[in-house]
Ligand binder design. Structure first.
Ligand code: HBI
Ligand code: FE
Length: 291
């Protein structure tokens, strides 16, 4: 007897991270009507807290676009954001149930479709979640997709990921994603600023990444990044600093296949020590802590 697919009513939803409602490309519907008042309130509190930290710490390109996420008192509708985003850089936001396999993820980026998780953390997870939720994905990642150069970088990353898939080089690309898209810093005439989504959406790491004397802040160097492992559930010991998104795009535009061949078999590099000749950017003079 075939089992009828499970369907959920307007007010119910599948358990967090279940993929029953996902399509073959791992996208699903956002089901905005399912969010509860508590979820809207939790999102609004997260946004109010993080946005306070943006001035003087988030990069200008982020600050210029964060308001395009829409109203700040509720979880935004993805299709409303997509309408604005398509006009700006041809990207759109698509809903996914959570983390999706690398190939599916790269395929969406290559089509200028950014996957945003539909579920939101619980109030008791307010300060930290292990997996990306709708707040991390929307607040951390989407504003920079309004920047034309960064938008092109993200699509190039997706295309590169599809090529890397065949070359068993995903570990290298995961490091590039981690040290730029998730934890990247950018140097400006007013000091260092954050563009990485994992830092922008973290209550404590944005200040730590910019002002703590503990981590090293290395000039972005593609080979160094590709050979440097990262930490999953701690503040980073290393951050990489670009001078501009143009530099990031230019560094990653060429075909990586020869690079993978060159790096293959090379030892990993330390994320908690500098190599000969490396210099670390000094931390910002302590930014005014948000009140
Ligand atoms: N899936 N939904 C989602 N979001 C991500 O950021 C994500 C993913 N799958 C894989 C992945 N990131 C990383 O492995 C990237 O390095 C590719
Ligand atoms: Fe992320």
């Amino acid at each position: 007897m075939p089992v009828a697919p499970v369907t959920y009513g307007a007010s119910e939803r599948p358990p967090r991270g279940s993929y029953e409602e996902a399509r073959d490309d791992y996208t699903c519907d956002q089901h905005w009507e399912r969010y509860t008042p508590l979820e809207h309130a939790t999102y609004a509190r997260l946004l109010a807290r993080q946005i306070k930290q943006a001035p003087g710490q988030a990069c200008d390109e982020f600050i210029a676009s964060v308001d395009k996420l829409g109203p700040s008192d509720r979880i935004p509708r993805f299709d409303a954001i997509s309408t604005a985003l398509r006009q700006a850089t041809g990207w759109e936001v698509v809903a996914v149930p959570g983390l999706i396999p690398e190939h599916a993820f790269f395929s969406l980026l290559a089509e200028r479709r950014f996957p945003v998780t539909t579920w939101l953390r619980l109030p008791e997870e307010f300060d930290y979640i292990v997996e990306p939720d709708v707040f991390h994905d929307l607040y951390g990642h989407v504003p920079l997709l309004f920047d034309p150069v960064f938008a092109d970088y993200m699509q190039a990353f997706g295309r590169g990921g599809l090529k890397a898939h065949g070359l068993q080089a995903l570990e290298y690309l995961a490091r590039l994603y981690w040290y730029t898209v998730e934890f990247g810093l950018i140097s400006t005439p007013h000091g260092l600023r954050v563009y990485g989504a994992g830092v922008l959406s973290s209550v404590g790491e944005i200040h730590y990444a910019l002002t703590s004397p503990k981590p090293q802040r290395l000039a972005f160097d593609l080979k160094r990044v590709l050979l440097t492992p990262y930490k999953i559930d701690h503040y980073q010991s290393s951050y990489f600093v670009v001078d501009s998104f143009d530099q990031l795009f230019a560094a990653t535009a060429p075909d990586f296949a020869p690079l993978y061949a060159e790096l293959n078999g090379q030892a990993r590099l330390p994320n908690d020590a500098m190599l000969g000749g490396e210099r670390s950017y000094p931390p910002n003079i302590s930014n005014p802590r948000p009140n």
